[in-house]
Design a protein around this ligand. Structure first.
Ligand SMILES: NC(=O)C1=CN([C@@H]2O[C@H](COP(=O)(O)OP(=O)(O)OC[C@H]3O[C@@H](n4cnc5c(N)ncnc54)[C@H](OP(=O)(O)O)[C@@H]3O)[C@@H](O)[C@H]2O)C=CC1
Ligand SMILES: Nc1nc(=O)c2c([nH]1)NC[C@@H]1CN(c3ccc(C(=O)N[C@@H](CCC(=O)O)C(=O)O)cc3)C=[N+]21
Length: 299
């Protein structure tokens, strides 16, 4: 039976470090700054709603002001860009996060040009690390902000003493938010993308990968960021592998991951649960980035 990697506990540890960072920032600046994070939620994506709710609570506990701008699904591209512009100009806002996915066309709205919205966010307030300059800096191994979910996973591996150096990591999923940056970060030469977690041999798998099961079976560390409930079965996991489940899927009134947990836990050496795994770490790293952004904007 696999060790359950307790993301919730590690996230609490990081959040208390972030709360101390806020105090340190106040001392360094010699005034009473309160870092402020503005989240923009358009429509009603279920994973985003979970995120917004938990994020708000975590902000309060860490001494960060959390604001949420909720817009209806039929908001126009121009209205959304106008709000982003307003937040860019607002000196009291340090971090901006536009929740993805934006609603698709058809739900009463005309759909969005997601890239254009993300490009509009001031790179110094881009706590998701989605803007081209932040993605570029990450690619070059000199990151400004690290993307929250992959950074959370790096912290989890580090704090659980799991090394991926020289190991085969398979990342299933190639999104800009999780899969792509995750793969890059673990393949780095040194620990520039967060602690000593680096030097992995990385494979990126996706919906066009032939023999997905076989590819997964070759992974010493399998990271699933797919968005399909429980699609990674026990027989796709190599005995003794470390399994990281990023998926947040609402099935009925339950949250389930992308990994069939019970089956996978039979074969893996360690596995993250859903809930209580990667999700809480994403939030902890978001708070970390918000404090970092506040520091960057004030020095
Ligand atoms: N825990 C957390 O903090 C976070 C959780 N999430 C969750 O993680 C999941 C993934 O999110 P995100 O990366 O944004 O998702 P996307 O939908 O942007 O990307 C999904 C990826 O999975 C691939 N994929 C889809 N179906 C299959 C399949 N049957 N076999 C192999 N690959 C497949 C897609 O391939 P292709 O490119 O070919 O289409 C794509 O690359 C979601 O459940 C989301 O809610 C997301 C962010 C943070
Ligand atoms: N721009 C952007 N950045 C994101 O990082 C982003 C996003 N958009 N859109 C949605 C996804 C999803 N996501 C989650 C983060 C934490 C939990 C989380 O707190 N999960 C708890 C849930 C506990 C519960 O409430 O039951 C857990 O897994 O234990 C969930 C989902 C971030 N995302």
């Amino acid at each position: 039976m696999a060790e359950i990697l307790d993301g919730k506990r590690i996230a609490a540890e990081i959040r208390s470090e972030v709360a101390k960072d806020v105090e340190k920032l106040k001392q360094d600046l010699g005034r009473d700054v309160v870092p402020c994070l503005a989240a923009v939620l358009v429509g009603e994506d279920p994973a985003s709603q979970v995120y917004v709710r938990n994020k708000q609570r975590a902000c309060e506990k860490a001494g960060i002001e959390g604001r949420t701008h909720r817009l209806p699904a039929d908001t126009s591209q121009a209205q959304l860009l106008e709000l982003v512009d307003q937040l860019n100009k607002d000196d009291t806002v340090n971090g901006i996060l536009v929740q993805l996915p934006l609603p698709a066309a058809g739900n009463g709205g005309a759909g969005f040009d997601e890239r254009a919205v993300l490009d509009a966010v001031d790179p110094l307030k881009d706590v998701d690390a989605f803007s081209p300059v932040n993605v570029g800096l990450l690619m070059q191994g000199r990151p400004r902000f690290l993307p929250c979910t992959p950074h959370g996973i790096v912290q989890l591996l580090h704090r659980c003493n799991i090394s991926v150096a020289g190991k085969h990591v398979v990342v299933v999923g190639r999104s800009d938010i999780v899969g792509k940056p995750m793969a890059m970060m673990l393949a780095q030469r040194d620990g520039s993308c967060g602690r000593e977690v680096a030097n992995a041999t990385v494979t990126i798998a996706h919906s066009r990968t032939a023999n997905l099961a076989e590819v997964c079976q070759s992974a010493d560390c399998l990271i699933a960021a797919v968005g399909v409930p429980e699609m990674i079965k026990g027989n796709m996991v190599k005995p003794g592998a470390v399994v990281i489940d990023v998926g947040i899927n609402r099935v009925g009134d339950k949250l389930v991951g992308d990994v069939a947990f019970a089956e996978a836990a039979e074969v893996a050496s360690a596995i993250t649960p859903v809930p209580g795994g990667v999700g809480p770490l994403t939030i902890a790293m978001l708070l970390h980035n918000t404090v970092l952004a506040t520091r960057l904007q004030n020095t």
